[in-house]
Unconditional design. Structure first.
Lengths: 228, 101
């Protein structure tokens, strides 16, 4: 088993530009430290229709209401997440969809880098990589995030919503895991979804593609990415 | 609409907007059964919260939160976005009333 950069095709070039958007990095930094309610706020605003901050503040009394902190770091983060999410929402529909996807990937990478033994600059955590196996044709689509630590490798695919879970993704993740096992290597297959576990469970229940051995990390469990 | 003074009343006030989202989402015919399974799963969660805590007083700001959420849901006019909101709406509603999704 070995890892390889994805081919720099047209899709990769366009997507690299989106991933390099400073907005994506700012979002990843905020959401990696965010509470569950703050992450739901980001999800709602980035997929919402309204662009008036007061509308969203009213919707989240736990973050902005009378009982919420009126100042301090939690309040500052809530306000920063709201402002940043509105920036995403104000982009065109196609762009916002791409940016949301890039944000989920960047948050995932940021959290994975918090694992013991993996630092912020470790080369063990990579983006847009393929996993190659002897005698097996390479998958077309690279994995969003990979952890290339010997003995603890992981291939991670990231989705904005539960609806993004589909047979192709599940097959690719499970194939990687089983091909690794064929080579006596361990590879954890993980799907990260910026959506509620309940919604993911409904989506997965409908899938006939193998997924019992694929680890699901949903919105309420994102912090598990940092602890493995 | 009755005044929202309890958790049960908050969820009851939000339900019609959620049903409207589900109806809009059904325009995506390929996802019809997923949409219905998804909506059913969240309605079950709503009902469980009402059974357990429906009579408890709604916290400060809950009435305004439900009103804002219902208004926002009413602005969704694209069936694909409605599918995403079938999952987002319950999460917002439940954290507003102090419950975990």
């Amino acid at each position: 088993m070995r890892f390889q950069d994805a081919s720099p095709d047209a899709r990769a070039v366009v997507y690299a530009g989106i991933q390099a958007d400073p907005l994506v990095a700012r979002a990843a930094g905020l959401l990696a430290d965010a509470t569950h309610d703050q992450r739901i706020l980001a999800r709602a605003v980035m997929n919402g229709m309204s662009t008036t901050p007061g509308t969203w503040a009213a919707m989240f009394p736990s973050l902005f209401g009378a009982g919420a902190p009126s100042d301090g770091p939690e309040r500052a983060r809530s306000e920063a997440i709201l402002a940043l999410s509105l920036e995403v929402a104000e982009r065109g529909e196609q762009v916002r969809s791409q940016v949301r996807g890039a944000i989920v990937e960047s948050v995932t990478e940021a959290l994975v880098r918090r694992r013991p033994g993996i630092g912020a600059t470790s080369t063990a955590v990579r983006r847009e990589r393929r996993v190659l196996f002897d005698g097996v044709r390479a998958e077309i689509h690279p994995y969003d995030v990979t952890v290339e630590t010997p003995g603890a490798a992981e291939a991670i695919d990231c989705k904005w919503g539960a609806r993004g879970i589909n047979a192709d993704v599940l097959h690719q993740l499970d194939d990687a895991r089983t091909h690794a096992a064929d080579e006596d290597e361990q590879l954890t297959a993980t799907i990260v979804v910026f959506d509620a576990e309940r919604s993911c469970a409904v989506r997965l229940e409908r899938q006939t593609a193998p997924h019992d051995a694929t680890r699901l990390i949903a919105l309420e469990d994102l912090d598990r990415l940092g602890g493995r | 609409m009755d005044p929202i003074t309890t958790v049960g009343a908050a969820i009851a006030a939000a339900r019609p907007a959620y049903d409207d989202l589900a109806a809009l989402a059904e325009d995506v015919e390929d996802e019809w059964s997923y949409i219905n399974d998804l909506a059913s799963a969240w309605v079950e969660r709503f009902e469980a919260v009402v059974d357990a805590h429906g009579g408890e007083p709604a916290g400060t700001g809950v009435a305004e939160a439900v009103a804002a959420l219902v208004t926002e849901a009413g602005l969704v006019d694209d069936p694909h976005r409605a599918i995403d909101w079938l999952s987002t709406f319950p999460q917002v509603l439940l954290v507003a009333v102090g419950e975990r999704p």
